[in-house]
Design a protein around this ligand. Sequence first.
Ligand code: SF4
Ligand code: SF4
Length: 183
Amino acid sequence: MLMWFRNVWMAVSTVAHGMFVTLNTMRKTYSHDRRTFADTYAYPEEPLKVKPRYRGFHRFDLTTCIGCEKCAQACPVDCIYIEKEKSPVGKGFRLTGFAIDYTKCMFCALCVEPCPVDCIFMGSNHDLSCYSRDGCIVDYAKLPLEIAWGRATLNPTAVAESKVLHQPVWVKGEESPFEFSET
Ligand code: SF4
Ligand code: SF4
């Protein structure tokens, strides 16, 4: 019996809490507290602040990826396309392409978890506007390393410039520029 009353109380209190949040948001909408977007943010001159665990466009480190394809296998919508060939240097593969189709990606981050070398993460960038669907397909192996993995912003210009490249920007055996900056 006690459990029954507890469940009823929990149901009523959670519904009341939800209604309070809804009504409070509605009140703000019609009150003078609410400012326009442009009053609050100076976008695009200043980037929008995002939460620490925001899932934006990926960060990918070409220099540590081993081409195991675990990320692609984990992707529920099959939007990661990996091209690789046998490495002439050392063991394993060298990547020639690592493309993500953002017309399909749903930013679930399931590709991040299985990566054995932690070379793919969800980044904080949210703006990749483009005029064609081709602009939404980003080949991280053809982007400058500091944009694909570093703190520089993934942007439509960099993506457009990467489309004319036929070879990855870094090949296995070359010195990694991140050995010092990311530690
Ligand atoms: S975030 Fe999700 S949908 Fe996007 S590439 Fe990763 S696994 Fe696929
Ligand atoms: S899981 Fe990691 S190492 Fe394997 S292919 Fe994907 S990004 Fe590269």
